[in-house]
Design a binder for this molecule. Structure first.
Ligand SMILES: Nc1nc2c(ncn2[C@@H]2O[C@H](COP(=O)(O)OP(=O)(O)OP(=O)(O)O)[C@@H](O)[C@H]2O)c(=O)[nH]1
Ligand SMILES: [Mg+2]
Length: 353
């Protein structure tokens, strides 16, 4: 299925039903009082996060979403029924913006979380409700109000704990396939991955975390080189970046260490072009395809080099599974540490309130 992560839609809520002007007509009651009921409220247009959706593809080709109008009020005090609401399903991680102002209106991150994108118009009041001590027989009613209408921009930003980054061919998809049930395409040429992919990693007995694999990055990506940097929005909300470096071709080079650092920096430069916020994100380094390197001492040296620079660094191979357990354990520990810190912060806020 095609991966679509942006959509523009128009939402129009239902018009409110008209209030009714009516007078009671009964046998032996010559002048019955007013009994016109209120119009029903128009239906809302709601956007709702649904786990069945993983892209915005289903909205393609459909632009206008409307809810039903409220029914008009009737005689004998009958109020009009509420108009049926329209529910638009979106994947979790969908950010909703007003297209006119660019303002973020909602961020649907949890299952079943919903947002009223357009509110139905109020129903008009029937003449029955206008009865007062000075006007016992009002002969007027209100029209219903129009439903809200606005154009929205929907932007999907995947929700994952770990974001895999690196040059094309670094082994990102192979790693994802080896640690989760995801089946990303793997091949021996650059830019195999054309769309982001999520995988769930079971870690320990009870916990799991999600990993996002995105297309490879190259120098100049922020200027559109390769696949560009637009996919970086899918790792914008991850808690940690795992930067894969394939050094299997560097082993024989004299300046291997400098070249490794240069490759690493190139990608980081592109990350910062996308968002300066990325500077603060925890980033770990994984020296991939360790099985294809003859001299393990070489990898150990590079690992120490990155550690001296302040990065946590792992030597791994997705093929032989070398270093994978250590990596997953460290990621799991980091994530549970981060989530307990978050919990503590939340408790603090609760205590203050
Ligand atoms: N020997 C060895 N080869 C690997 C390993 N991991 C990946 N490869 C090979 O490297 C090539 C690229 O792997 P991918 O997983 O497609 O790389 P990627 O980083 O996802 O590449 P893009 O999607 O193009 O960015 C494939 O031929 C893989 O079989 C590994 O641990 N050892
Ligand atoms: Mg890939």
């Amino acid at each position: 299925m095609k991966f679509i992560d942006e959509a523009r839609i128009l939402v129009t809520a239902g018009h409110g039903g008209r209030g009714c002007v009516s007078f009671r007509r009964e046998k032996y009651v010559p002048r019955g009082g007013p009994d016109g009921g209120n119009g029903g409220e128009g239906g809302d247009v709601l956007l709702q996060a649904h786990p069945r959706r993983s892209t915005l593809m289903h909205l393609k080709g459909k632009y206008h979403f409307r809810a039903k109008a409220g029914a008009h009020g009737g005689g004998k005090g009958m109020h009009g029924a509420r108009g049926k609401s329209e529910i638009v399903e979106v994947p979790m991680g969908t950010v909703i913006k007003d297209s006119a102002t660019g303002k973020v209106l909602a961020d649907l991150t949890e299952e079943d979380q919903s947002f009223i994108a357009a509110k139905g118009g109020l129903g008009g009041r029937g003449n029955q409700s206008f009865v007062s001590s000075t006007n016992r027989a009002p002969s007027y009613a209100q029209p219903g109000e129009p439903g809200q209408e606005r154009e929205l921009i929907l932007e999907l930003k995947l929700l994952a704990d770990v974001g895999l980054i690196g040059r094309p061919n670094a082994g990102k998809s192979t790693l994802l396939a080896s640690i989760s049930a995801a089946k990303p395409k793997v091949a021996d040429y650059p830019f195999t991955t054309l769309k982001p992919q999520l995988g769930v990693v079971s870690w320990g007995d009870f916990s799991s975390f999600t990993v996002a694999d995105i297309p490879g990055l190259i120098e100049g990506a922020s200027q559109g080189a390769g696949m560009g940097i637009k996919f970086l929005k899918h790792i914008e909300r991850t808690k940690v970046f795992l930067h894969l470096l394939d050094l299997s071709d560097l082993e024989v080079q004299e300046e291997a260490q400098d070249l490794a650092w240069q490759r690493f920096q190139e990608i980081n430069q592109e990350l910062l072009e996308f968002s300066p916020q990325f500077k603060k994100r925890t980033q770990w380094v994984a020296l991939s395809k360790a099985d294809a390197v003859q001299d393990q001492e070489f990898l150990k040296k590079i690992r120490e080099f990155f550690e001296k620079k302040g990065y946590r660094c792992f030597v791994m191979s997705a093929v032989t599974k070398q270093g994978i357990e250590e990596l997953l354990k460290a990621l799991g520990d980091l994530l549970s540490e981060l989530s307990s810190e978050q919990e503590k912060d939340q408790n603090k806020v609760c205590e203050q309130n």
